[in-house]
Write a protein that binds this ligand. Structure first.
Ligand code: AMP
Length: 471
């Protein structure tokens, strides 16, 4: 059964570099925050496509020996996050197949909202699927297309897809990339000049991947655009009619790295602005502004600067929390949160604290953190959230729980305040969020804050059900 949302992934593509797989590896390393469950790279040496994927972190998977088995000047890479129950290697990307269009591999960031329908139709007609991932649907559509060229087949396949997708394709001698017509998920491109005047083209979910490989950021693949790179150079083509843009605002709120430029805007600028506007909209008399690391740091800096209240890192995060740790046999209260965060008691004792974070989803972590800050001696704890209440699940590639589990979908702000046990709770308004990302032309998707989905979701009950089933 196809039950999974292609969630929170990072993609890269490299064309024209003698060490393409190594560059893809470095790009993925910079995109590790976009997915920590599995990673993979496919490379082409002009004849064969070589692929390696595994569960785990990029730096652990790609040893020099593994990278040595990925030859060629073209490569694509993927890093993936998914929730428990669906962390099987079968779903790791890239997917690689040999079909009548040659050898191809694909990796995907986003969520195809009509994947269930497409898959049922394909299965009825005899297609066999190996994984539960919607990305495989794209490969089947490409393979079945009557178009003779790969770009023709890809165009035909893309036009059947609905929802969010930033895709990277690898063929024997081409790299092709595409973004859905609404442009939900980011996809940037850049280039690297090699000796002898050769140009290497690079694509990535975020520009922080370019910085690590010293590539220059040139711009974004446009919504509804397909870009092909081969020995003839780079060809850009609009494959779908212009639609309203719906860039994911959550990339700026939480997901992307602050050192990235996403949708042409520096993320750090948005985050600091979120904090500044939050301070204007939800002021409170207090002694210190404390971020919840790391998600609240940039907004807390903005809040503190605007409010004129000192910024203090009074919650320290252990960066090295891995998956394997020995849990004490005697239960320790809030062990999971304590493992990640520890309060700096002398910064909190007797103080009135403003705790800044980017979002409250279920409220359970936030409650533990408020308790922790109070337990360290804070006199008052005022929680400030740098976006509006999260009231609707995302069907476009962000991992949000089902409606039933979203605390703001079922409770008022006052009820949430009581649940997280804060003295006060303030959220940023939608108009301030819009201002923070400089959205003058209504180019962003705010569905998680408004419930207004920018595409028709004919199967919304099924999509909602899938979110319920996997929790
Ligand atoms: P909770 O209090 O349990 O709702 O957890 C809130 C925390 O989850 C905040 O620190 C957020 O930064 C973090 N968070 C929000 N959205 C996501 C997401 N999609 N994936 C992982 N963490 C998230």
């Amino acid at each position: 059964m196809l039950d999974k949302f292609r969630e929170e992934c990072g993609v890269v593509a490299i064309y024209g570099h003698p060490e393409a797989a190594n560059l893809a590896y470095l790009g993925l390393y910079a995109l590790q925050h976009r997915g920590q469950e599995s990673a993979g790279i496919a490379s082409s040496d002009g004849r064969n496509i070589h692929c390696h994927k595994s569960m785990g972190h990029v730096a652990d998977i790609f040893t020099p020996e593994v990278l040595g088995r990925l030859p060629g000047e073209l490569a694509i890479g993927h890093t993936r996050y998914s929730t428990a129950g669906d962390t099987v290697l079968l779903n790791a990307q890239p997917f690689s197949v040999a079909c009548n269009k040659g050898r191809i591999a694909v990796a995907h960031n986003g969520n195809i909202t009509n994947a269930l329908e497409l898959r049922r139709e394909l299965e009825r007609e005899g297609s066999i699927f190996q994984a539960s991932s919607d990305t495989e649907v794209i490969l089947h559509l490409v393979a079945r297309s009557r178009e003779r060229t790969l770009s023709g087949a890809l165009r035909e396949a893309l036009l059947q897809l609905e929802g969010a997708f930033s895709l990277v394709f690898l063929a024997q001698d081409h790299v092709l990339v595409a973004r859905d017509p609404h442009g939900f998920r980011p996809l940037a491109f850049g280039r690297l000049e090699l000796s002898g005047g050769r140009i290497c083209y690079v694509f990535a979910s975020e520009t922080c991947a370019f910085d690590l490989i010293s590539a220059a950021y040139l711009g974004d693949v446009e919504p509804g655009e397909m870009v092909s790179v081969g020995s003839e150079g780079m060809t850009r083509e609009r494959y779908a009619p212009v639609r309203d843009r719906a860039q994911c605002v959550f990339e700026h709120v939480y997901f992307a790295r602050p050192d990235s430029i996403v949708f042409g805007r520096p993320v750090q600028e948005s985050r600091e602005m979120l904090g500044r506007l939050l301070a204007r909209e939800c002021p409170v008399d207090a002694d210190v502004v404390v971020p919840v690391p790391h998600s609240g740091v940039a907004a807390a800096i903005g809040y503190a600067a605007e409010a004129g209240i000192p910024f203090r890192q009074a919650l320290i995060r252990n960066h090295y929390v891995g998956r394997t740790f020995i849990e004490p046999s005697q239960a320790i209260r809030d062990f999971g949160v304590k493992l990640k965060l520890n309060p700096v008691r002398h910064l909190l004792e007797g103080r009135r604290v403003i705790l800044v974070d980017d979002s409250i989803v279920r409220g359970t972590t936030s409650r533990k953190i408020v308790r922790m800050v109070r337990g360290a001696g804070a006199r008052e704890v005022h929680m400030r959230i740098s976006c509006p209440p999260t009231v609707s699940p995302c069907f476009y590639g962000v991992d949000t729980p089902s409606l039933a589990e979203l605390i703001a979908a079922n409770n008022t702000v006052e009820e949430i305040r009581r649940f997280v046990e804060a003295d006060s709770l303030g959220y940023l308004s939608l108009s301030a969020l819009r201002e923070s990302v400089a959205d003058e032309n209504h180019d962003y998707c705010y569905a998680c804050y408004t419930g207004g989905y920018p595409t028709d979701l004919v199967n919304i009950e099924e999509l909602m059900g899938a979110k319920d089933r996997r929790r």
